[in-house]
Design a protein around this ligand. Structure first.
Ligand code: KG4
Ligand code: ZN
Length: 367
């Protein structure tokens, strides 16, 4: 089955073409194209994604990306068009849906059986493990991976799931307030680092001491699998405020460029704050994932979503997985942040399950 996938839920315009085969027992994918046009530079001056700018850019970029695919013969005859319908920014989601519908009308003249299906963006992240080499090359059979614990960590979501099989799953917990990626972005803003904050915090944290500041580990000991990151972000805010008050910290007061070379202990402080915040957030994610893996005797742990690009998180979960002797999946970097290949993979699973989401944007769509 040839799938043309479209992703426009946030600030990446993405198109992909995949060949999928093998059914639910042994799904296998060949990514023929995976094009992403990032809008980060456009939103950066605003410190976050501006929905109407995102919409404008998607409208501009979708035909350009499609043009890049078009000369190839396989672009012209997909069996399925898979498009993200939510969650995300509704004006942005609509651009992808309308583009999919227009394309479908045009391509249907060549292929009457062409189907257009809606995909849940979170399923895209969830099923991204199917695109990893280990699964895709059939080194491991899909059946042998379950039960599994899946942790989806992105800018909008933090969800822990128990997967009984590829299609049977239960949500164990989720964030009660901010998503973990949102917390990274907000803390970065407090430190006047550019958007998106996750990669910036990670970069600066490498120079810092993760034990320098004892930030709280929210809900670490709560007997459930929920998360909360808004209090952690507030602790960073208070800590910064106290530092500004108690020290004559000119850099934190007047900071205009985070790239200013370290001339004193102030850059070190920023690195310590980043490292200590990151450690607190990761500790909670890892502890709850480990507890779930033990409780449900998981055979695998799957990490996905934009925050899965964080090497410290990947490393800690991989250590836990080795300790528990379970498989660990974290897709390669380009498949963690938003892209259309993962939407194509989720689209294939949706087709096999005959799941039908309406072709209508739903900003709050959940799992
Ligand atoms: O999955 P994604 O691309 O978009 C959503 O579906 O939300 O995730 C974006 C989020 C942003 O909050 C970004 O700061 C975070 O992922 N992120 C990171 C890293 N790279 C991206 N967070 C921590 N460390 C990173 N290296
Ligand atoms: Zn995402």
């Amino acid at each position: 089955m040839k799938i043309l996938a479209i992703e426009t839920s946030c600030d990446e315009t993405a198109l992909a073409i995949l060949e999928a085969e093998g059914g639910l027992r042994a799904p296998r994918f060949k990514i023929l194209e995976n094009l992403v046009s990032s809008q980060i530079a456009i939103h950066r001056p605003y410190g976050g994604v501006v929905p109407n700018l995102a919409k404008r850019e998607h409208l501009k970029n979708l035909p350009i990306l499609f043009q890049k695919l078009s000369p190839k013969p396989y672009t012209l005859n997909p069996d399925v068009i898979a498009v993200t319908v939510g969650p995300g920014l509704e004006p942005a989601l609509w651009t992808g849906i309308v583009f999919a519908e227009q394309l479908s009308k045009k391509l249907k003249t060549k292929n009457l059986k062409l189907k257009t299906i809606g995909v849940n963006h979170l399923n895209g992240h969830l099923y991204s493990f199917l695109l990893t080499e280990k699964v895709n090359s059939h080194q491991l059979s899909v059946k042998s991976l379950f039960p599994a614990i899946a942790l989806i960590v992105s800018g909008g979501h933090t969800v822990l799931l128990k997967m009984e099989s590829l299609t049977k799953m239960k949500k164990l917990g989720e964030t009660r307030d901010d998503a973990v990626g949102e917390a990274f972005d907000k803390v970065a803003r407090l430190l006047e680092l550019p958007y998106p904050g996750g990669p910036e915090i990670e970069r600066i944290a490498r120079e810092g001491n993760p034990r320098a500041i004892a930030f709280p580990r929210p809900m670490l000991h709560a007997k459930n699998y929920d998360f909360s990151f808004s209090g952690l972000k507030t602790s960073v805010l208070y800590y910064l405020r106290d530092q500004r008050l108690t020290t004559n910290n000119q850099r934190l007061k007047t900071k205009s460029s985070y790239l200013r070379p370290a001339t004193d202990g102030q850059v070190k402080l920023e690195a310590d704050i980043s490292a200590s915040f990151q450690a607190a957030a990761i500790d909670v994610l890892v502890a709850k994932t480990e507890r779930a893996a033990r409780e449900f005797k998981a055979k695998s742990i799957m990490l996905s979503g934009g925050v899965a690009a964080n090497s410290a998180l990947r490393e800690k979960l991989s250590v836990v997985s080795r300790k528990l002797s379970v498989n660990f999946f974290a897709p390669r970097m380009s498949l963690n942040t938003d892209n259309a290949a993962i939407i194509g993979a989720a689209g294939y699973i949706a087709c096999l399950c005959k799941e039908r989401l309406p072709l209508s944007a739903d900003g709050n769509l959940n799992l």
